[in-house]
Design a protein around this ligand. Structure first.
Ligand code: ADP
Length: 454
């Protein structure tokens, strides 16, 4: 399901007065939607061709800090503009915002070349590599988040202390508890569906107030676009109901973490499942085994894109279903990489490492780059891991903190070749800034522990 609105349909809707506002948004480094609200007539007149935005939008942190030290932009170059080129195939209504449509934009220079460190451009580059190999990636994100009784404004006014989860108990698969949350969750499912995003289901998750939402898999760029629109839409819909929610990977010490499991499969351009070979183990084709071997070989290097903040690493705790080992297994939830849909057309790899705070365009691109390397170098897949991966002493660990993940990214020859040196350096810089910001901050934990007793 793509392009819920054509430009002609938009024209019609504007003429009828059904739509008066068009959001033009880029996907920033954090996977957020950033852009402008167009009066619909002006979007139709010129905005649908191009608009502009300050180039610090791909060089800032969550706080919109003008982070020093980026090669691409900064005070030294006077923070100029990027061109934002709407990708009209992403145009859709957003029914939870009255009279409003949304389109995602590519970030380009003034000669209309994609900016290499723009998340959509990074994913498009890996997509083009696959296409040259006669392949297409189908991906899906399973997104988790926490939903609260309070509003965003109340949580903010309380200094972001842990608010009251919408439920009082672990609601994993609970129907009764989730019935109590339908005012928000039904609005999310039906709203997103009406925006052309095929939500498969939502369910309660394994902590009080924790939710999961699943969207039907799609071609990688479509799926990553869906993912960022889902996150933004969930926040907007919850906000409209006076509720807060969070996609932080580990929002509270005592609660479970929130993940973004990523399902991946490769298909030929004419639609045959390239991961399936009924004669292979579990029905895995040689191509799939090589792809998976690539994911494992580069698991450390891609971790930054699956866990981009200091907080992301607090989710990786033993016995919590958040994997800490880069091993593969069939239907074993302690493995970082799990085979799902064995022996069928739906055969796929599920990467369970990423947190709900990841940027899907970057995460998908990094996974594809690792997998493509496995295919190109014809890597041999190691034997399957069996048992409890948390207890496996000799299994390959992934970085357990942002510092190590940033260093693994910096040294990655494969990601440098796939994404470009400047792009890797850009994100290493982002990681180092995040670490430096965290290093200098005094937390609640510091104060509670040390105030009297240090
Ligand atoms: P589980 O119950 O094991 O979590 P689901 O059936 O809910 O698995 O599917 C999880 C996600 O995997 C869904 O978003 C679904 O669309 C996606 N998916 C299904 N088949 C494929 C595939 N071949 N490639 C990629 N994703 C897929």
């Amino acid at each position: 399901m793509r392009g819920a609105l054509t430009i002609e349909e938009l024209q019609q809707a504007v003429a009828e007065g059904a739509i008066d506002t068009v959001l033009v948004a880029l996907v920033d480094m954090q996977g957020r939607l950033m852009g402008k609200r167009f009066q619909a007539e002006f979007f139709l007149e010129s905005g649908h061709r191009e608009t502009h935005g300050c180039n610090y939008l791909l060089a800032t942190d969550l706080e919109m800090e003008t982070v020093p030290g980026y090669k691409s932009t900064g005070w030294q170059t006077g923070y100029g503009d990027y061109a934002l080129k709407p990708d009209l195939s992403t145009l859709r209504v957003t029914p939870w915002l009255p009279g409003t449509a949304l389109v995602l934009a590519d970030v380009q220079d003034h000669r209309h070349h994609d900016i290499p460190h723009s998340p959509r451009a990074i994913l498009k580059r890996q997509r083009a590599r696959l296409e040259a190999m006669g392949l297409r990636a189908m991906m899906a994100s399973e997104l988790e988040f926490f939903l609260f009784r309070e509003s965003f404004e109340e949580v903010q006014a309380a200094g972001y202390r842990w608010p009251t989860p919408i439920s009082a108990y672990n609601e994993d698969y609970h129907i009764f508890q989730t019935s109590k949350e339908e005012e928000v969750m039904r609005a999310i499912r039906t709203g997103l569906n009406a925006a052309g995003i095929p939500v498969e289901n939502s369910k309660g998750e394994a902590s009080a107030g924790q939710e999961e939402i699943n969207v039907r898999y799609a071609e990688a760029l479509v799926s990553a676009d869906n993912h960022v629109i889902v996150k933004n839409g969930c926040k907007e819909i919850a906000w409209s109901k006076g509720r807060a929610l969070t996609f932080m990977a580990k929002p509270d010490t005592r609660a479970a973490g929130s993940s973004a499991h990523i399902h991946q499969s490769l298909w030929t351009l004419d639609g045959a499942p390239a991961f399936l070979d009924p004669a292979g183990p579990y029905g895995m084709s040689t191509l799939m085994r090589r792809y998976l071997a690539g994911l494992l070989a580069h698991a450390s290097e891609i971790t930054y894109f699956l866990a981009p903040y200091v907080n992301s690493y607090k989710r990786f705790a033993a016995g919590t279903f958040a994997p800490t080992k880069a091993i593969w297994s069939a239907d074993n939830r302690t493995a970082g990489y799990r085979i799902v849909g064995e022996e069928t057309k739906a055969i796929r790899v599920e990467c369970r490492v990423g947190g709900a705070d990841l940027n899907p365009h970057l995460a998908y691109a990094a996974l594809l780059a690792a997998g493509i390397d496995g295919i190109e170098r014809e890597l041999e897949l190691e034997p399957e891991f069996r048992g409890d991966a948390y207890a496996a002493a000799r299994a390959r660990e992934i970085p357990t903190n942002l510092r190590d993940a940033a260093e693994a990214l910096r040294k990655s020859k494969v990601l440098r070749a796939a994404l470009g040196d400047d792009v890797v350096d850009h994100y290493v810089h982002a990681a180092r800034w995040e670490i430096a910001e965290s290093d200098r901050c005094v937390t609640d934990w510091d104060r509670a522990r040390g105030f009297e007793r240090a």
